[in-house]
Design a protein around this ligand. Structure first.
Ligand SMILES: [Zn+2]
Length: 485
């Protein structure tokens, strides 16, 4: 498999350090709010990458942290009038609610900063011992210029960085480029005891400490959104290499931005969507399929129109899969012939080709849109096969086996790799169908009541349905229509 490595700016052959095992660290959210669409993208992208490794028979050791100490957390807790612990608990619970809808694999280690304070203090001590960090008035800073490779990931030179930086006179650093590893406690803020007095860690150090603890000083993949390349990942590299002298991460994988109607998503533009707002209108499966319809490194354009299109696409996929399942059930007792017709042979070949094309698309830097098109193509081939063989003429055991092979192959790719929960999607489809049928039934009862001039009952049905959010409209031509509000 090839993956694009931000460190070398090249597509590289992916080789694991340990045989058959991938060790992967992905930066997680700062839990001061419910996750938004921009957070949802790396969650889905890296979940899909992990699922694909498993599909290929690899074991995956996946770590994604929660940043539960941060300025934004402290400010938000003050705004909501609760403690930082109460705030982060609320949004960590929210994270699990939202990601459950996205069908995110459960076997991810999710360490928190507040539970790894000893490890964080240890790595800062090591950096001071190794001469890469210094303490000043209760703060500890990393000496950027001491680390020669600084800027390599983000492709920047030290002198370029220097011209771009505004000299801060409020912070007592030796050099404006230096960044904080430990911040001295301010009045009323949450703090921990340390060799440098009471305070809390800077943002970048947590990922260096936690990746070392759970994956070691050298591991395979470090991932996150493109916005993390600088300074966060650049600083993580500097810290980890200077403290532990390991290689740190071998492959740096970054996903592109989420745009809304062609603009950058931002609170000030008013086009900022929380994942749970989107999940009110669309299933987690639709969100997943939407995210994976664009290559992970390209910007993705969110709009409700695009989501509606994805919803329709998914409905077609689910309908086809259901049709295949029903056909298999209906013909499962077919007679064994011991020979395969040329048409069926050709179809079996299409299933084998599909497997190969799917893998080669995914092997090329996880090209999910290309892999999806192989799925859609195989669905078309299978529909054709069902129409031609099963809907006219004699069906043999061998035909049913061939259909089953395609059905199983499609299901594994959709469910195990793309993480689309076909059962849930079918249920939600069924429940909306059931709702519509029940509404139609009530409309019929109301119309019967009107025919019998029982207006008391017909008005009662209308009013009660209105309370449930279903508006009934009596049209001029005598027909009745409804609208779900
Ligand atoms: Zn990180």
């Amino acid at each position: 498999m090839k993956l694009y490595n931000t460190m070398t700016n090249e597509l590289e052959e992916f080789k694991t350090i340990e045989e058959n095992k991938v060790k992967m660290y992905v930066c997680g959210p700062t839990v001061y709010n419910y996750i938004h669409l921009g957070n949802a993208r790396p969650i889905v992208v890296f979940d899909t990458l992990a699922r694909y490794f498993k599909y290929k028979g690899l074991e995956v050791d996946f770590v994604q942290n929660f940043t539960d100490v941060d300025d934004k957390i402290i400010n938000r807790a003050n705004e909501e009038g609760i403690t930082p612990e109460e705030l982060t608990l609320k949004y960590i619970n929210g994270f699990f609610e939202d990601t459950e809808a996205l069908n995110i694999s459960q076997d991810v280690k999710r360490p928190k900063v507040t539970e790894n304070m000893d490890e964080i203090i240890d790595i800062i001590k090591k950096l001071i011992e190794n001469g890469f960090a210094y303490e000043k008035d209760g703060n500890v800073f990393f000496k950027v210029k001491k680390y020669e490779d600084y800027g390599k990931l983000s492709n920047q030179k030290i002198d370029e960085l220097e011209t771009g930086i505004r000299v801060s006179i409020t912070e007592d650093k030796d050099d404006p480029l230096d960044f904080a590893l430990w911040k001295k406690k301010k009045d009323g803020e949450i703090y921990w005891d340390s060799p440098w007095g009471q305070g809390r860690p800077g943002w970048h150090i947590e990922c260096s400490a936690m990746s070392k603890k759970y994956l070691g000083d050298t591991f395979d993949i470090h991932g996150g959104g493109q916005d993390l390349i600088f300074p966060h990942h650049e600083n993580e590299i500097a810290q980890s290499r200077c403290a532990y002298h390991g290689e740190f991460a071998r492959y740096w994988i970054h996903n592109g931005f989420v745009q809304v109607d062609g603009d950058k998503m931002s609170k000030s533009l008013g086009n900022f969507f929380l994942l749970r707002e989107v999940l009110e209108k669309f299933s987690g499966n639709v969100v997943r399929l939407f995210i994976l319809s664009t290559h992970y490194r390209k910007p993705i354009n969110f709009s409700f129109e695009n989501m509606e299109d994805t919803k329709k696409t998914l409905q077609n996929v689910v309908n086809s899969i259901n049709k295949f399942e029903e056909t298999i059930g209906k013909f499962s007792g077919s007679e064994k012939k011991g020979e395969i017709s040329s048409e069926t042979e050709k179809f079996i070949q299409s299933v084998n080709d599909f497997d190969e094309k799917f893998v080669s698309a995914m092997d090329e830097d996880m090209n999910t849109p290309q892999a999806l098109s192989t799925i859609f193509n195989q669905i078309r081939e299978t529909n054709k096969f069902v129409n031609e063989v099963f809907e006219n003429g004699e069906v043999t055991f061998e035909d049913v086996e061939a259909l089953k092979k395609s059905y199983d192959s499609l299901k594994i790719k959709l469910q195990n790799v793309f993480g689309i929960d076909l059962v849930i999607e079918k249920k939600s489809d069924n429940s909306s169908e059931l709702t519509n049928n029940l509404i139609e039934l009530l409309l019929k009862l109301r119309s019967d009541a009107r025919k019998e001039r029982n207006f008391k009952l017909s008005d009662e049905i209308r009013d009660e349905m209105k309370k449930l959010g279903v508006a009934i409209k009596d049209n001029k031509d005598g027909s009745t229509s409804f609208e779900i509000e």
